[in-house]
Design a protein around this ligand. Sequence first.
Ligand code: AHG
Ligand code: MN
Ligand code: MN
Ligand code: MN
Length: 326
Amino acid sequence: MKRLAPELRKDGVELDLISLIRTILAACKDISFRVGQADLSGVLGSTLNENIQGETQKKLDILSNQLLKDMLLESGFVRAIASEEEDYIVEGEHGGRFLVAFDPLDGSSNIDVNSLTGTIFSILPVPEDKLDGTPITEQDFLQPGRNQVAAGYVMYGPSTILALTTGKGVDFYTLDKTHGSFLKTRDNIAIPEETKEFAINSSNQHKWDIPMQRYIRDILDGKAGIRGKNFNMRWIACMVGDVHRILCRGGIFTYPAHTDNPEKPNKLRLLYEANPMGMLVEQAGGLVSTGEQNILDLQPTELHERVPVILGSKQEVKICLDYHNQ
Ligand code: AHG
Ligand code: MN
Ligand code: MN
Ligand code: MN
């Protein structure tokens, strides 16, 4: 049985970081249980609140956020947290050398229809000059994705699966619900470089920019077209689910900018969606880009910043980028 902590120790991961990851997983186990109880414990449905991005918060968005926030800030390993469901950063009282940005429940629109959801997390170091206890500010979270010391997601599906990277590849752990441990079930995940599968919300086609229009049109032309092969399409409406499929069998996932709304052109959030998923995909041999730049090299400018995302199988992402560079 390959338990998480000994496996991470073998990889040379420092003890505080292991304890922090275990704290996240303790909260995720609780979330997994509550997602599974669904109507039995009255957790489905929406609240009357909106988050800072103007999305109506589901009961499970708020519950998951509260569980993660409380456990992380009490753990002693985390100086401050940032979350999709918190307008501002929250600093803990118990010290710690890490910052955690998270999407407590990804795929909120799937909650009420018993489909895939997940939790995404990104772990950053506390900047050197703040290790003396100087208060943390939003600015301290605005580090490029390259600075992440670990990133991952927990997917709440037929099984509860953790995908984790500490910068030494990507491993999957499955929650053994008989005794509550995450056990390593696959290691050194490698995304196939080529693919015939793409994921995009096609209902937004009229909003895409010209390069994305051309790229998808050529895919849809199939074997007879310039790409010379037939593609298959998948869209789970949960980034965790789509990225998990890509880690398992390859593919390209994109959420491009929408040209109809210059004020708010993008959907996915840099700090707690694009960056952690970017680190996982890159660690599994894939590519991740905005269409112009590698996502992990972006200098964030605000906490809830949103970016266009193209990620997945290396060769396919490169082909998509060629359309953008023409
Ligand atoms: P969240 O539920 O955390 O707000 O994230 C939803 C995101 C992401 O999971 C998914 O890929 C995308 O939004 C789905 O968008 P559509 O509603 O356009 O399908
Ligand atoms: Mn949301
Ligand atoms: Mn999300
Ligand atoms: Mn969310």
